[in-house]
Ligand binder design. Sequence first.
Ligand SMILES: Cc1ncc(COP(=O)(O)O)c(C=O)c1O
Length: 386
Amino acid sequence: MRTAARIDKLPPYLFAEIDRKVSEARSRGADIISFGVGDPDLPSPPHVIEALTEAARDPATHRYPSYTGMPDFRSSIAQWYSRRFGVQLDPDSQVQPLVGSKEGIFHLPVAFIDPGDVALVPDPAYPVYATGTILAGGVPVAVALTAERSFLPDLDAIPSDVLGRARVLWLNYPNNPTSACADHDFFQRAVDFCRANDLLLAHDAAYTEVTFDGYVAPSVLQADGAMECAVEFHSLSKTFNMTGWRIGWVAGALAAIEAIKRLKTNIDSGVFDAIQLAGIAALKGPRDWLDQTVERYRYRRDLLCDALKSMGIVVEPPRGSIYLWVPVPDGHTSESFTAHLLDEVAIVVAPGTGYGPAGEGFVRFSLTVPDDRLEEGVERLRRVVS
Ligand SMILES: Cc1ncc(COP(=O)(O)O)c(C=O)c1O
């Protein structure tokens, strides 16, 4: 059987590879502790599960959902944006529910990238920005995120010939994998830059609700002019421990949302209504539930940072996200340190190079490991270095 040429252009999905290695090691009897995938171990909120259960009992929720999502779900997203960011969105024309934000992120280039067009993609980054671009026939051009620039892109350094072919700029703060955070000023500069260069700014805001030490992450849609050039992707996955439920949304510039809607009516048939009703319960539910989740991540972040420090690896505790971006010890590469941790102490981490060449010299630890396993992992890490 002959597959399409575009399939050959796709690298194996990083986490599918990690899953494969973990299964292999487990089948050899290894007691693996995986800091690999950012998949929350904590349960979804009880009030959200109750809302789902109740909604699933109603046969009316079992039919095809509306392509544009339930009006009440879209309204609750708009109300959440207003409460959380002070951003006003028209729920009918500026909000589109997604089958998890990955779905929308992957499809966005189909709506905005013609063959040969460039998408400016951070390096390192969540891999889907680049792979979606490739499958749309576009060219992802890396914009390096370096420690020296606090993992914010140097937009002025993008060559003008590249800029001339570019249609989309991807950003993601709090950032996966580096856990860097961006402030209002940076977002304003990015919006001004995109307006000046006729780019769509696509901001992936999956981690804005997991922040520490009093830091409150902004939305790109708060910037002046954002509604003319920007969309923001959000997800219930990380905020509410709902990765398996597949529910998120994209919101912002009306013309962009219109194009995404048109595309999606031809691709999928929306999110199960019962899950949208549960999504409303999540967005309208008590904030203290989220505070408890964030507190667990803070505990884990501090434990892991302390352990790494005692091993001579200094990691500044991040202000947001569920990750630590950890420099590898001298003499190691990302890949060799990843292999070393797996072979020596059965610990899985994600190699920085899985997020792009600029990830060399780093590995990513996810904080989505239950406390007792994380504590055991910390003990093992101390052994590696000593
Ligand atoms: C930066 C980033 N964006 C989007 C996603 C996808 O989230 P969802 O579960 O909403 O598809 C992830 C998942 O790991 C992510 O890290």
